[in-house]
Design a binder for this molecule. Sequence first.
Ligand SMILES: NC(=O)c1ccc[n+]([C@@H]2O[C@H](COP(=O)([O-])OP(=O)(O)OC[C@H]3O[C@@H](n4cnc5c(N)ncnc54)[C@H](O)[C@@H]3O)[C@@H](O)[C@H]2O)c1
Length: 423
Amino acid sequence: MGDNRRDFLKKMGIAGAGMAMMSSPFMQTIAAQGNEKSIRVGVIGTGGRGRYLLEHLLRLQKDEKFEIVAICDNYEPSLTAALNLSLKYKVKPQTYVDYVKLINDNSLDGVIIATPLHQHAHIAIDCMKAGIHVLCEKSMARKLDDVKAMHDAHLNSGSILLIGHQRMFSNKYQNAMQRIHDGELGQIGQMHAHWHRANDWRRAVPKGKPELERQINWRLYKEYSAGLLTELMSHQIQVANWAMQKIPVSVMGTGSIRYWKDGREVNDNLAAIFSYDDGTKFTYDTQTINKKYGCEEEIMGDKGSFELETNKYYSTTPAKPKAAPGIAQLVGDIQKGLFETVPVGGPSWAPEDAQKYKGESIYEGQKGDGSREEVLGFIRFIKQGKCPEWMTSEGYYASIWTLLTEQAIDSGQMVTMPETYRI
Ligand SMILES: NC(=O)c1ccc[n+]([C@@H]2O[C@H](COP(=O)([O-])OP(=O)(O)OC[C@H]3O[C@@H](n4cnc5c(N)ncnc54)[C@H](O)[C@@H]3O)[C@@H](O)[C@H]2O)c1
């Protein structure tokens, strides 16, 4: 999968420095590399995510040399909102409705693309061909061939292609991944992730303009999106692959529109199982009617496990808790006794005890989800003229396996990756 991550971390001064260094923030090390030259950047697609990233850019300008020279959106309310946001920070970028004009009018060094999924590939490829470095939101493209074409354009142009998986820039995830790769969890046997929500995932369409439904709610229509797969799972398969330092060999899955029967075309719930070549499984599920279990990635090894979203590490051999108070001990003994004197024909098993201890934090001090660091990282990568290749590969394979999962669900077949998509 591209450059060796350990080499990258070594170059960045993180690897091999032990626990003390591991708590040193990843991005501080990146930030230690020169802030001399100013660069010119723009944002294409200034809807919800585009404006969020734009605001990070606007805030970063206080400490970092770069200019936000142009913004583009083909939906007037989004463009106006982005301009107003910029003006609040006393920045006045040129506004464009047509991204081609934005490319031609400005000698940009870098661009953030946050358009809907089906509007990623051609814009990113045009930008890279014009010598502009690209941070493109996940997932990469609606079609497998377009994902590959984006990667080819990156290789042929030499332009950076960073995909918006912000967890790669989170100190918490960086720290956890280094510990996994250093063997702290022992042998990984299984990984599980889920993303559960309890809402219809709809955006309000302006009154009297029903013709905007598909444009605004593009996530719900197959022409533009693979729904929960490209929008949510893409992040979590990236985390699983990152933990494994390899890609799966197969995926199978199932999904349906179970609850939100409102004209949407994408599944409102689904489950998938990925297998890696060493037998490790990554099981995944997402749904939109109950959020009790929220969003999580669990990496389980024979020495310990991580719950990454909630920042938890659990050893399989934690330091012994203090002796249980007498009464609790007594209750425990009685319960144990019950299971030990199973009557013939009764239950022949006792459930595995889940660990009772509350675990430890993986990393303290991570604010936010890594998006700020991602934007700063992108600016720094532009100044350095390169981005670590493994980061591009992570985005690439997360996108490929997301779309292969869609194939598996739609066909009901186990799916493997055609060799043409190997990079
Ligand atoms: N990394 C994350 O955590 C995260 C979170 C949310 C969204 N996203 C990603 O960000 C992207 C955008 O999502 P969103 O929620 O902001 O969607 P959105 O619909 O709110 O915004 C998309 C914007 O792009 C504009 N647009 C569409 N086609 C365009 C074109 N050809 N040229 C210029 N502008 C165009 C739309 O008018 C809209 O304003 C998606 O790829 C999504 O997956 C990532």
